[in-house]
Design a protein. Structure first.
Ligand code: NAD
Length: 295
């Protein structure tokens, strides 16, 4: 059965090879995506392409939009539903990579790694910057799903005490002590965010929630930018209430906002899933999805 698969966003070479092995006609990053979709059967996107009602308006055969990665916030689900287009993602492929990044960002904040790098490049030998160990500290995981639990597991191996908050249905886990959100804010030395975008999570980190946190808390966000009110985080980091923060995700990407002014905030450009391993797993899962449609 002939099948035209349009890939809209950058894809790692190995992942692309796996997709080509399905023997579907692969159209990679066409100059006009909308035109290419007219007779396409499957559209593959990552996070860059926004799948809007307009983008798919001319498509006559499109049966599936597959998002390589977690979250479907760049896909207009209602518009797809109206045209009878199924939407899938690869939910587990990047879990470990994001969890490792979150742990790396915790170390960077606790030991001033990114800050020292900048300092040395600017000729500053900041030997007296105060650091702190992770071992013995309390990590508060907000959102104890796949990534949150993977972070919790790794943190336990580092000698951290892990508490967490997740609304029902609560996960079953022996590594996280689950409790109310306010209790997590009150007790955590480090807070790591792993929630989806949702009306209940938008700006959940704001002036009020920061006020409930310990003085000198560290905040890590590898989930979605919308979870943090960036102005409140700025105020918290500037006053020292928040000792340090590390962000992989932002309201607007690429991020150009005022948090860049602060030395105690560390930034990565949405690279949670940017590892060879995660990309290969994403490619493998997408190839399996495409193959299953060729039968
Ligand atoms: P998941 O669905 O497995 O887990 C999310 C958890 O959050 C669930 O257990 C859910 O019950 C919980 N939750 C929902 N509302 C909540 C709330 N108000 N308060 C606390 N918890 C709440 O998802 P996941 O795979 O663990 O992904 C978590 C986040 O990481 C998502 O936002 C995803 O978009 C993001 N992510 C980022 C990157 C990156 O590159 N930085 C890559 C992959 C995923």
């Amino acid at each position: 059965m002939h099948m035209k698969v349009v890939i809209a966003d950058d894809m790692q070479e190995k992942a692309l090879e796996l997709l080509k092995e399905t023997r579907a006609e692969i159209v990679y990053k066409p100059p006009s995506l909308k035109d290419a979709l007219e007779d396409a059967d499957i559209l593959i996107v990552r996070s860059a392409t926004k799948v809007t009602a307009d983008l798919i308006s001319n498509s006559k055969k499109l049966k599936l939009v597959a998002r390589g990665g977690v979250g479907l916030d760049n896909v207009d689900l209602e518009a797809c539903k109206k045209k009878g287009i199924e939407v899938l993602n690869t939910p587990g492929a990047s879990t470990n990579s994001v969890a490792e990044l979150a742990i790396g960002l915790m170390f960077s904040c606790a030991r001033n790694i990114a800050r020292s790098t900048h300092g040395i490049k600017e000729g500053k030998w900041q030997k007296s910057l105060p650091g702190t160990e992770l071992a013995g500290k309390t990590l508060g995981v907000i959102g104890c799903g796949k990534i949150g639990l993977a972070v919790a597991e790794k943190a336990r191996h580092l000698g951290m005490h892990v508490i967490g908050y997740n609304p029902p249905p609560k996960p079953v886990s022996s590594v996280v002590e689950l409790m109310d959100l306010d209790e997590v804010y009150k007790r955590a030395d480090i807070i790591s965010l792993h929630v989806p975008i949702h009306p209940t999570t938008e700006k959940m980190i704001n002036a009020q929630s920061i006020a409930k946190m310990k003085d000198g808390v560290i905040i890590i966000n590898t989930s979605r930018g919308q979870v943090i009110d960036e102005d409140s985080l700025y105020d918290g980091c500037k006053s020292g209430k928040v000792r340090a923060a590390a962000l992989d995700v932002y309201w607007e990407e690429p991020y150009k906002g005022k948090l860049l002014e602060l030395d105690n905030v560390c930034f990565t450009p949405h690279i949670g899933a940017s590892t060879e391993e995660a990309q290969a797993r994403i490619g493998g899962e997408l190839a399996t999805i495409v193959s299953s449609r060729m039968k």
